[in-house]
Design a protein around this ligand. Structure first.
Ligand SMILES: NC(=O)c1ccc[n+]([C@@H]2O[C@H](COP(=O)([O-])OP(=O)(O)OC[C@H]3O[C@@H](n4cnc5c(N)ncnc54)[C@H](OP(=O)(O)O)[C@@H]3O)[C@@H](O)[C@H]2O)c1
Length: 277
């Protein structure tokens, strides 16, 4: 939903409610938000749509994130972009997202970015309390290093359940620096942001191979790029950024595609421009 505030044709609440209902009817029920998307506008637009149709809010599953304070939102004289994982800030952010979205609880609440100033004890307690109060079903993290989420986890009694990380043929680093292995080891569900590199996988070095192999497999190049991700252990869940109905439908139709090992490595090699050692 990062781009929702930019897509004016989806802004009338009834129009967006139709769009959400159509996705639900296709079997897609998870919607990824953050308070900073459109400076809260993304959540507000989504909530306005849910309110137009009784029963719709109960059918959607929401992920939202908080913890990034933009310069415009910073009330200090510095007007500085920063991260805030203090319990006061997060508790307020959860309440505000619930109010904007108009849902009874958030299915996943993620800390958007790790802050070096995070006090794990108080942050962890705020997340535990929000779960105990039924405001969030589960807590997770985004863009954290293993040591950062483990420090937080050690202070909590509920389990962190998901890690949203950047991963794609355009950004393979987490597969080689231990981050991806660590989240599997800790049983975190991998939610993958920019699974198509924000569109860059179609302009990068793997483009030609993606197009050729996709044609051979009878799927779309975008579907193949997501199949490459889903081949990984833990079957990462791609958080797709396009709001175009036909693109979402194509990705959904291609979701059963399975890659064999040589194809997976050929795409890796093309994307990185060198063979494995
Ligand atoms: N946790 C975090 O820190 C974080 C950071 C960034 C994003 N996110 C989340 O991740 C989501 C996805 O990020 P993203 O938008 O960068 O992901 P993406 O799915 O990798 O990229 C979407 C972009 O690719 C373009 N695109 C080109 N060809 C496409 C095709 N055939 N199929 C689908 N899209 C195609 C889309 O254009 P059109 O829009 O014109 O279709 C759109 O601009 C965001 O909406 C947000 O919820 C999280």
């Amino acid at each position: 939903m990062m781009r929702l505030h930019e897509v004016a044709e989806l802004h009338p609440p009834a129009r967006l409610a139709d769009w959400i209902e159509a996705r639900l009817d296709e079997g897609l029920c998870w919607f990824d938000h953050a308070d900073i998307y459109g400076d809260t506008r993304g959540e507000a637009l989504f909530g306005a749509a849910l309110r137009t149709r009784p029963g719709l809010a109960a059918r959607v599953r929401t992920v939202t994130k908080a913890g990034i304070v933009t310069p415009e939102r910073d009330t200090s004289p510095f007007r500085v972009k920063h991260y805030d994982s203090s319990p006061e800030y997060l508790t307020r952010a959860i309440d505000d997202s619930l109010a904007r979205l108009g849902v009874e609880r958030l299915d996943h609440f993620l800390l958007h970015r790790p802050s070096p100033l995070m006090d794990a004890e108080t942050t962890g307690r705020a997340l535990d309390d929000a779960i105990d109060a039924g405001k969030i079903a589960a807590a997770g993290v985004s863009n954290f290093l293993p040591a950062q989420w483990r420090r937080l986890q050690a202070a909590m009694h509920h389990r962190l359940t998901a890690h949203q990380l950047q991963l794609s043929l355009d950004h393979t680093q987490p597969l080689f620096d231990g981050t991806f292995d660590a989240l599997l080891e800790d049983d975190l569900v991998p939610l993958v942001w920019s699974p198509l590199g924000g569109g860059r996988v179609f302009q990068g070095p793997a483009e030609r191979l993606l197009i050729r192999l996709a044609e051979e497999c009878g799927i779309t190049p975008a579907g193949l790029a997501l199949a490459w991700l889903r081949a990984l252990p833990g079957r990462p869940r791609p958080v797709v950024g396009s709001l175009r109905v036909e693109r979402i439908a194509a990705l959904h139709a291609d979701a059963q595609a399975v890659l064999d090992r040589p194809t997976w490595y050929a795409l890796l090699e093309a994307a990185r421009g060198h063979e494995v050692a």
